[in-house]
Design a protein. Sequence first.
Lengths: 891, 720
Amino acid sequence: MKNHNRISLYLTFLLFSITACNNIVPSDERMAHLANSKKDLYIGVVDAIPNATQFVNGIKMAIDEINISGGVAGKKIIPLIYYDDNDKSTSLKIASKLSNNPDVIAVVGHFDPAHAMAASILYKESGILFISTGADLLRYGGSFIFNNGMPDTVYVDKISAFMKEEHYSHVVILNDRHQSNKLLAENFYQQAIEKNLDIVFHKSFSPGEKNFRDLLSELKNETFDIIFLVCRDKTASLIINQMREMDIRTSVVGTNDIDTRYFWSQTGKNAEKTIIPTNFYKKNPRKLTQDFVNSFSVAFGVDPDEFSARGYDAINLLKHVMDKKNAYLPMILDTGMRFMGTWDGVLSQYHLTRKGNISPTALFYKKYDNGKIVYLKQKSKKKKDQFELVEEITLRLAVNDFSTFDPGFSSDPASIDACKQLFLSLTQYNDLTCTPEPNLALSWHANEHLNSFRFRLRKNAYWTDGQPVTAHDIEWAIQRNLKASPTAPQVHHLFVLKNAKAFYQGFIKDPDQLGIHVIDDYTLDFQLEYPAAHFPALVGLPIYCPLPSKTIKKWGKEWTRPEHIQSNGPYQLVYYQQDALVIMRKNPQYFDAANVSIEEVRYNVIPNNLIVLSIYEIHQLDIIGGAFSTIPLHLLTTVKKQPETRFHYKKSLNLSTTAFAFNIERSPLDNILMRKAIASAIDLNFITQFVAFGNKIAMDSFTPPELLLPEIQAHRQAFNPIHAKKMMVEAGYEDGQKCPEIIIESGSGNLHKNIAQAVSMLLKKYLNITANVIDETPSKNSSGHLLLKDYSASYPDADSFLYNWFTQNSHYSHFNNENVLALLEKARQEKNQTIRHKLYCQVDDIIINKECIVVPLYYDTSHYLVQPRVQGWNHMPFGGQWINRWQLEEK
Amino acid sequence: MKKYHYISAWLISIIIFIGLILYFLLWNENKNVYIAVASTFSGKYKEYGTEMQKGIQLYVDQTNAKGGVNGLPIKLLLFDDQGTKAGALQAAKSIVKNKKIRFVLGHYLSSTATKAASVYEKGMIPSITSSATLDDLTTNNDWLFRIIPPNSYQVEFITSYAKSALNIKTACVIYDTDFYGKNLLKTFTEKASSLCIEILHTFSINSKDPDITDKQITQIIKTIGQLQGIDMIFLATHAKTSANIIVQLRKNKCHHILMGADSMASKFFIDALNNYIKTYSFSNLYSNDIYSITWFHPSLSGKSNVDFEKAYINQYHVKPSLISTTAYDSAHVGITALKSIGRPGKFSRTVRKNVKYALEQYYDKEHSIQGLTGKIFFDAAGDMKKSMIVIKLLNGRFEPAFSQYITIPYKGTTENFIQKGIDGTIIASGDEYFSKTNLIVVAVDNIHISQIQKKNQTFHARFDISFRFKGNFHAENIQFTTAKHPILLTMPNNKIQNQDNSQTYSYTVNGLFKHDFNHKKFPFDTQTLSIGLKDIRQNTDKLLFSNDNERKTHFTLDSEKYLPLSMCSYVEKKETRSKTGENIIFSQFHLDLHIKTKLSGKTIIFLLPLCIFLFLVYIGYFFPLKQMHVSMIVNVCLLIVNALCHLSLNYQYHYINFFEYLYIIMYGLIGVTVCYQAILIRIHSIQCPKTLLIIRTTGIFFFPVMTLSVLYFFYYLMCR
């Protein structure tokens, strides 16, 4: 009975094989059928084991995308998916089934080289285009057959070159005796010898072998750096496990055949130091690759693997040829593909040969290192297309407008920021303390009187054309900025230099009389008009930046165009379209280029902040707010609440204070008691909660707190209406009604008007004083009692905030005090920072508490939204962000 | 051979049957949605845990009755933290391990919640607490959500209240030396300083040692007696200590305003207070106001709370507490979030992550869940911050104070807005603004309903209504929303000046009210007669009604057709659009009177023809076979009579759905009977006596069974 069964089974199989072999639709019949067929296009997909790889998912995704976008030639593509379970007869059965179907135009798959070989004969006979994903079939050649993969020779050439580069000089080759693997190993041997690698050991074993301990014990006697392992995933996993068991910890290079779920799960931690060459690198900074990775993860909830990318590419290549040739007959596609040359897929660029090789050009190496897979040598981030946006390496910003890239002329926040990226300044500001730090200047020394400074420049700073940046460039730049026409907006910052003002006004013609002297290429002396302890902070301003004299002389105003500009900062300008886009790329000539992480910065010029916010919300901008496009104020509350953005929200102080100044020439404010009474009646808490929300109450000082050391900041009298009333009585006004009407000049801004209004109401409530708000902007001729203004620093030093404020009477309070002037002058002549800050605090104390000239209300705040992927972000209160110190977190 | 087949057939059927049972059992097991409740179910705080569980269980039962979460029933898994940190850690670990659990509700105590929170964060499971108020609990923990405001927020709120509503200028603080007390002290001091409230003195108390506590209290009272110009004493102490201090202070004639945080709002404070009052045989507590703060008060709650209370009493035979109400809300929030993610996936981690994501989507008033305690949403830390209810101790229980601050939308800075801020009618806390509103307590009694007219859709009501308020009250602005003709409240029957400086105006309302009668379920219907009133001139940021729900209300009904069932009153916020297009929210007081249709003679007359038809049809089943055709003719006639009756009744009483159904059933029954009789006649003609007997007997039994089950089914549908 049993025998009978066996025989009948055998006969059936035989019969099936015969019929299978004969029962195919021949090539010409297929072409004729397809030409007249109105059916959809069928593509066979043959995978090995369900879910072992993402191959089928990759194909499904490609087909779905094609069908959604309208299919090919008005027809849908329908995949016929089969699994051969790595079994030859199943594989053949599938091949014959597909060959027998007259609607099939192409087949993709058949991973096992031997199976692929057998199947290819059937497909060739029946005129089906066959794209093999595994086997190097082309040794036998022939029409309709394509090999989607690197040819063995190129593959081993790249691997051996990699070993050479990584200094693995002593190599062991282990391969099974499977025909294709044997050939691969032999090819590798030849390439390795050519590259002077030392093959210390070369052994082969039968494909079914399970115990490799003998073989491995032989290996123990050898000294080697790496093992090249050519076999299937199951065997590879066995060998590596047994190898680690025997304490052989050397690196292993496998082939992409073993890059399967089975291998990784079975080998586990033992896979440490296993390197697998792969054509697919999911972080490859190409738009095509990234789009594929993103869509795949969304569609299937897992990351794509090499197989999925291959499958996806195979289908898209077919579609590309079909579109190009406007046909879908296998015969036409066959020739079309052979003469295509190159094509861009998600793996990389493909090279298509006439022999039928569809070969991806890039090979990456992934290594299991310290418990996770890392990619080696993946840094080929050079982009072919200059304008292609690769999210992973690009910081995307938005600004409302750009005025210039010329540091001598930059005055708006966006331009200052761009100049900071492009040009080196002598000093730069510490992001926390705002104190000057070395940048182009490595060090500086002042003379005893603080009116002469010597700066030593770094020798490793270069212009983008390779020329060194020297002291002459700075001298030239300052002279040019002084003479510039139209006048440089920030030119007054240069007047600290001896004779600079006279030179600027034309009284002095000889530039040698200027207080700037080049000692040698890298040493520079400045002589000043007066002692200035703050000078190192001042030279951090863009107007002191060196400029490329030759370029400016040659191109004139056109010198900042991307094709002309020479710069020396962390980034260089590569593209500028007015009112649209600025692209900057990392400057390889920058002295600290190795530590610049972000490869590219894009400033999108978008004038409408609402649009900016909506673009940010779809994650197409990285930072908004601050020096960049600001967040619309009325949406701030929503932004702070919305779960999508609330964790992105950051706020930081600017170097700016909003304050009232008392006009002490007007009665009753000539009486200090009245000034104090009014100051005590202004509820700062109320103002920041009801009017100027989001800003920080100016509790401690008039000078922004960042410019003073925290421990020595002065303290002021807090809001106290009872105390205020007492002082008013002392001043002789028992009831506010007797007090003359107080005029508050608020300026024209809505915020200021509201603040003034609130203060007038507070005065009415607590002191019964009638106050009248007028929207005049405070000026020298102001007749108001209380003058509301924003005061800000033009360079990050308390001197900038207080000196001009006081000496030029920009508060218009008519306050004059010799003591204050003496303190400010003394501070300019003081080297010790702590003592300087103490002096400024004393000034603060006089003007807030003792003389009560100003009532600081709040410090201005910048609001930001920063995508979490931007690491190391920080706010610079004084323009010019540290983009070169930030990083973009990889997904 | 036959026997063999027979046995194997039996065996196969049994196996299939057992298999099916097993399959359904296991299948059902996997098809539940599991939620963990972690609280204190044993030890000292057992009572709290049980209260919490009751609230949650009620919500789960209600959800399951409505089909559960996407068709799957919810099951609660209880985890006891024993009120200890170790217990909490243990419970949290087992919860995280159990992959079936979607999220956690709990823990009760701040200490246990803190301990468990880090485990939940690590294990990536969302948890919602409805009672732990410790400040830093939710900080830096994305997985923890809290549906009540934290301590510091509450203290800030009540401090602002003290300044703006009570005009407090100076204060003393008595604080517990533990973490809770110190934390409250810190927040109070900071807020007081920014509001310019001078703190004259702070006193510390060690509540852990009762002997020291008493001595300390005596000392404190002595010092306070010597201090001049204290406007208020703030108690940063636990419930029991606060009760002790209050009784002692009042006993020693310290009649300052007293204020405390949420610990004082709890039931345990009231219990302790009553204990101390008994111990010291002292009762004159209310010489001046004693304030606390809470996030929920039944007097200010709406219809949903009335329904909740009813369901709660039905299930547990006690009134719900603040704990169970808030716990019910926590279950509501969690389950709604779970529902919103659609069919939960297979992987617990993804589901938990999605629940967390769904919870984060409730982030402001427009994106919130309407719970019993108000709109629930979370800020970035996972905290719920909203306007609080300031409550005042009166006659041994807390009642909402006459001034409240309720949240208002920010509409831009205007002169009016700034002025209100300066006057204290608007206060700010964080990014939120709150407007001062006057509370008016409404009480209704002696309700008499008569003249219920279905045709006119009206009823007549007479009842006494009283308004208790402080300050101004304009009765002429009161509009009865359901009145047929405007009812004006002009002269009050009675004006009473109460001890706490509030006044009570009483009126008698006598008028006709509209009601949309719904008879679809007649004669099994109940009607809810609704009387609503609002102040047409003042919206919620000026006037808020409160419902005096403590007194027993008399309710009588004068009607032949209806029986009185029950009554309830509640307040709700109604949003209307003004002429200028603005949304205005009015506070509205509601009185709902439930009545039930009496089974009257008329109802029987309606049903009588149907009963006769049914009887006649059934007689047909017993007709001898030879005369069966006579019965068939009778039945066909009945069908016509039934149609006539149906049409004539339908013309008059088209709104009564139940009769409609009964007539349709009747058509069906007669139709089935006629077919049945035709079959019988046919079988009789082919002379098959055995089959005939079986069919006849089956028919006689089957007809009443079928009739009853169809009737029951429709009854069930109507009364569901």
